[in-house]
Design a binder for this molecule. Structure first.
Ligand code: ATP
Ligand code: MG
Length: 207
């Protein structure tokens, strides 16, 4: 049914009032946010989009010429687009990847722990170095879930990082203690995933 002119005018007025209210809300929040510092972000949940979101922030930071550290804690076998693009990006990006495959491939706990510790030895100094604007710890939650790395050490390093530095962690789970020391926690929830319908993982989309 087509709205009469009167109905259209009423809808427009309602929309305008709602937008004005929203703007007042947003402006009040902008006004109230006056703390200038880096943020700790956890991207978790069972849906697709955690690492992609982290690499979206890498792209943003690159746009401003920021210095970035990327440390990937689990994927070593499957080559990814982000690895190809970032590995030799030059002085803006330091890229490091744990040199083992998925845990269910390696099935070697003590070997995994050695690799995790070696990888943490790369990440930790980044969290102490104020020249890094952004540090991405991709898939690090699994290191905590499997107890491969000491949680207290990781939490302390994140807490005591340079004030202007932002850090992004990805991976399912993560636990309440980790969440508590984050400024932003987002859960990506699977509604559906192409893989479950038999569609193969896609280059440039999934890896
Ligand atoms: P992406 O890297 O695509 O943002 P992600 O970081 O959220 O995914 P991971 O568990 O790290 O999720 O993903 C590892 C791989 O599995 C990626 O190729 C991703 O596309 C795929 N994947 C992510 N979520 C699902 C899911 N719910 N079902 C099937 N495959 C998934
Ligand atoms: Mg991921």
């Amino acid at each position: 049914m087509i709205d009469s002119d009167e109905q259209k005018a009423r809808k427009n007025a309602r929309h305008k009032a709602a937008m004005e209210k929203q703007k007042r809300n947003v402006d009040a929040h902008i006004e109230a946010a006056n703390i200038e510092r880096g943020v700790a972000i956890l991207l978790t949940g069972n849906g697709k989009g955690k690492s992609s979101s982290a690499f979206g922030m890498v792209m943003r930071a690159l746009g401003y010429g920021h210095k970035i550290g990327v440390v990937q804690f689990i994927k070593g076998v499957q080559l990814s687009g982000e690895e190809i693009y970032l590995r030799d990006k030059g002085p803006e990006v330091d890229f490091y990847q744990m040199a083992t495959g998925f845990t269910w491939d390696t099935q070697d706990r003590s070997g995994d722990i050695v690799a995790a510790e070696k990888t943490w030895a790369v990440a930790k100094p980044m969290l102490e170095d104020p020249s890094y604007d952004l540090v991405v710890l991709d898939e690090i939650t699994y290191m905590l879930a499997y107890d491969y790395l000491p949680k207290d050490q990781i939490l302390a390093a994140i807490k005591h990082r340079p004030r202007a530095q932002s850090v992004v962690l990805t991976g399912r789970g993560g636990g309440s203690e980790l969440q508590a020391c984050m400024d932003t926690v987002s859960e990506v929830k699977e509604i559906k995933h192409a893989f479950k319908a038999g569609i193969k993982a896609r280059k440039g989309v999934d890896f």
